[in-house]
Write a protein of this length. Sequence first.
Length: 648
Amino acid sequence: MTATDTDRSAALRRWMMQGTDRGAAHQGPHQVEVEKTHSWWRVMCLTGVDYFSTLGYQPAIAALAAGLLSPIATIVLVLVTLFGALPVYRRIAEDSFKGAGSIAMLEKLLPWWAGKLLVLVLLGFAVTDFMITMTLSAADATAHIAENPFTPHWFSDIPVPLTLGLLLLLGIVFLRGFKEAIGIAVVLVTVFLALNALVIAVAFVHVFERPVVVGDWWSGLTTQHSSPFAMIGIALLVFPKLALGLSGFETGVAVMPQITGDAADADQAKPAGRIRGAKRLLTTAAIIMSSFLITSSIVTTFLIPQHEFQPGGAANGRALAFLAHEYLGPVFGSVYDFSTVAILWFAGASAMAGLLNLVPRFLPRYGMAPQWARAVRPLVIVFTLIAFAITILFDADVDAQGGAYATGVLVLITSAAVAVTLAARRRGQRGRTVVFGVITVVFLYTTVANVIERPDGVRIAAVFIIAIVVVSLVSRVRRSFELRASSIELDAVARQFVEADADQFSSVCIIAREPGPGTAEAYRRKGREERRDSGIPARVPTMFLEVLPADSSDFEEDLVVEGHVVHGFRVLRVRSGNVPNTIAAALLAVRDVSGVVPSIYFEWTEGSPIRNAMRFLFTGVGDVAPVTREVLREAEPEVGRRPSVHVS
């Protein structure tokens, strides 16, 4: 390989890995502090490209699933949206002002490994949600392109290549450096909703001019279902199939950092202005979408023959586009198709941004992702390839992907309902606990019914969950000997201890001590034993280092080493769940502060080495001394600057 090839390879690697130097601070595009915020209604358009774009296929999917009952089933969906999902996410907005979403809320409510494992499972469903959003939206965009009368007829014979082309274009945009173009989202959403409003208005005019279609619909409905109670019951049963219309809420709380708040928000633990804006966003989006869902289901059911909704029919996956061409002509219909393709493609961009927001926020912080998972571009390539595989697997079929999409959406909303119910219970809010508990039961029923009816979503989610868990465990093992401190600081007393020893004795001797009985005799005995067994000179002062227990499932932590005087003994204390890694980080910090390479003294750990290794992986303790040395060896390659580890 020539020098030029080497330079190009290095440049390509730097370009691909750009962003990994941000360390634990990197939490995805929605998590960091944004340079410019926007009015809540403009941010609503950003989340709306995901939420509102479902109008491109939702009416057709509702008609295919519920038949003539589509308007009634859609009303059920709207009621669940306004009185179920909306209150839940308005509550989540109060704790998600940094864009954490419902997953992070559950993580706080369920600490230690239980919380981490739950997050991994929910990440699997979230990835399912966002990935299917990308592939389903691209597939429906392809359907609108292929069905347009001005499109060459052979386009309809290549739906998979067309869909793959749209996904490839999406990946290229993100590889070049996608920035959340709220201005573009505002234009797309405004034009798309305006065109839909016009199509629906014209369709209602035709319904009023031909009232017979209403009579025909009612006759057909009563023939199929003689009792109104039977209609409502069946509508409740088929409602889970319409759950696509609930998408967008999780994205709505994820983009909260983009919302302009009050001037006083910067000084508040909870930015009231941003939270208020987010609640307006969620409420307004839900009301707009509910209005469009009801009106679109009515006109499409009244005016489009049922056989056109079936696979291969002219209205399959594009009911409103069918009406646009039918009643407003091919030119307007083509304009409608173009706007639909644009917003569906941009919905895929919103989903990709959501994926890039979730993975860097959780997995690297758990030590459950390779280092390259911090960088955007490698993740874009991985997600694009996965989208290719899903598209080929489902043959770019919108209907076939509906179940998987609904499963991801419903699991996330159900987990959000569980989170707010648990939060209300912990705060002693009995009324809210009951209300949110009922909402949780509704979403739980909907999720289970959807899974039973269409298990594809669980299968896909299971693949993602297994892949995430396997990669996470392998990564956690491979990264076991890393320094895990995202930051470390010695307080004033601790600095005084180490600087005094360095100045007077040109050495810093530290004795590692497990937290336990804090009696004077316990400290005196520990110090005496280490001096005897390790040969510490009598004239050299020592201090103790204690790692107080914390959540061992955390991987990256901000550490603070505190100095204390206990019964006349100098003690350094730091709270962490990963003992050897924390000791290594503290020793390097002591070296950097004092300018002297410190020495630390351990006693051997009893027990089986294999058992101690497993304890270290899952509880952060185990055979501390050798692991501390290995962490130091990997962190500091220069032997002369590496803290000394002594074991007796």
